[in-house]
Write a protein that binds this ligand. Structure first.
Ligand SMILES: Cc1cc2nc3c(=O)[nH]c(=O)nc-3n(C[C@H](O)[C@H](O)[C@H](O)COP(=O)(O)O)c2cc1C
Length: 161
């Protein structure tokens, strides 16, 4: 699939099959994701493999829609508010890379913001200053929703003199 087709066909998956994800494949998607742009090459992403006990404590309403793998993505603290924002931006690029790499292999991802609550930060053991970019369910999709139509991009473009 072309990059454009991959980007356009990726969906936030809300129904997974229980089939396991190959560990080497997962590592290869994470490694590919680490080629995300990042300012001053500070590689601000950190990952938590969420095991069953921790997963249950997160109390996600649908338990990540049955995804066999759950991973939390964090961004490191910054010395300034700008650096913190840039770390979040770079980690979000990591997230998109990860989702696209998995999607290319026919594996779906679900992005949840469940990790941002104070309670779940504690469950995940997130240190102060770190941001939880998302908690991702990863697995083979049981259902793929239709794409939500996007606003024509021309409406989002302002041309400056
Ligand atoms: C920062 C961020 C947080 C998100 N948190 C959630 C969430 O908590 N629950 C959820 O169902 N989807 C969440 N999503 C996924 C969006 O709902 C989803 O991407 C959007 O509906 C567009 O659908 P698509 O990704 O299939 O194109 C999140 C996406 C982003 C970028």
């Amino acid at each position: 699939m072309s990059v454009i087709d991959l980007i356009k066909s990726r969906r936030n998956i809300k129904a997974f099959k229980p089939d396991p994800i190959d560990e080497q494949a997962l590592m290869s998607w994470l490694e590919a994701a680490s080629y995300a742009p990042n300012h001053r090459f500070n590689e601000p992403w950190e990952l938590l493999r969420v095991g069953p006990e921790t997963r249950a404590k997160l109390k996600h309403k649908s338990d990540f829609w049955g995804a066999p793998v759950v991973i939390a993505l964090l961004s490191k603290p910054g010395a300034t508010p700008l650096e913190r924002d840039e770390n979040v931006m770079a980690a979000a690029c990591f997230a998109q890379n990860l989702m696209l790499a998995a999607h290319e292999a026919g594996v779906g991802t679900f992005w949840s913001s469940v990790g941002s609550s104070a309670q779940n930060r504690e469950v995940l053991g997130v240190a102060e200053g770190y941001e939880v970019i998302g908690v991702f369910g990863i697995g083979y999709p049981a259902e793929i929703p239709e794409a939500k139509p996007r606003t024509p991009i021309a409406e989002k473009i302002k041309t400056l003199p």
